[in-house]
Design a protein around this ligand. Structure first.
Ligand SMILES: N[C@@H](CCC(=O)N[C@@H](CS)C(=O)NCC(=O)O)C(=O)O
Length: 203
């Protein structure tokens, strides 16, 4: 039996608009892992039920299938992709560098996603004003990211999971009122984005 016949199929279930789905897509792409993509619109009326059926107990996306394995939670999915497949490593070996990468990932999870994506981008896309305190918070987040980034990528010479996490949020950030602060508060991030944008090609 050949290796090809025994290699389990990778399927990513999610949506193109979903930041967390895109993070997984970028990780798969950097590792050169071929995968099938199944669209699941979690914001459709039956979306959460479909996501639960597909294996996400909280009715969310993304979900990764690999052979008999069904995984949810982007942290688990992306580490699995990195650990399980050949290809460029997505996490630095050095403990300090790895901690710096995890710090950026945590900033994306706890600041960028709730404040820049849901707090500033989503209201703008729906023609609503954001909560008044959020633009200042958004500026602070950009300045902090600028200060912790280590060019040319966010954690040095090669892209890591930190780049996947932030790149997946960038179109939302650029389509929010935080975008006007990027050149002044985060010029290094703009330079990084020119480099990182192609990561999103299939996402
Ligand atoms: N902690 C989850 C978050 C996933 C998540 O929030 N996904 C969004 C789409 S980007 C979702 O499914 N939202 C639907 C909902 O919250 O009901 C992860 O890391 O995968």
């Amino acid at each position: 039996m050949t290796a090809t016949l025994t290699t389990p199929q990778v399927t990513l279930i999610g949506a193109g608009y979903s930041v967390y789905t895109r993070i997984c897509q970028i990780a798969l792409d950097i590792k050169h892992v071929p995968f099938m993509f199944e669209t699941l619109d979690v914001f459709a009326e039956d979306g959460p039920a479909k996501a639960r059926q597909a294996g996400h107990p909280f009715g969310k996306i993304p979900i990764l299938r690999h052979g008999d394995l069904t995984l949810y939670e982007t942290l688990a999915i992306t580490r699995y992709i990195d650990d399980r497949f050949d290809g460029p490593p997505l996490q630095p070996e050095d403990p300090v560098d790895r901690a710096r990468m995890n710090r950026i990932i945590s900033i994306v999870d706890t600041q960028v996603y709730p404040i820049l994506v849901w707090g500033l981008h989503v209201p703008k896309s729906e023609g609503r004003e954001p909560d008044p305190e959020l633009p200042d918070k958004g500026r602070t987040i950009l300045s902090v990211l600028e200060s912790v980034a280590q060019p040319p990528w966010l954690c040095g010479d090669v892209p890591t999971l930190a780049d996947a996490y932030l790149a997946a949020c960038m179109d939302c950030i650029l389509d929010s009122e935080a975008a006007e602060h990027l050149p002044g508060h985060a010029p290094g991030l703009m330079a990084w984005w020119h480099r990182a944008r192609p990561l999103l090609q299939s996402a």
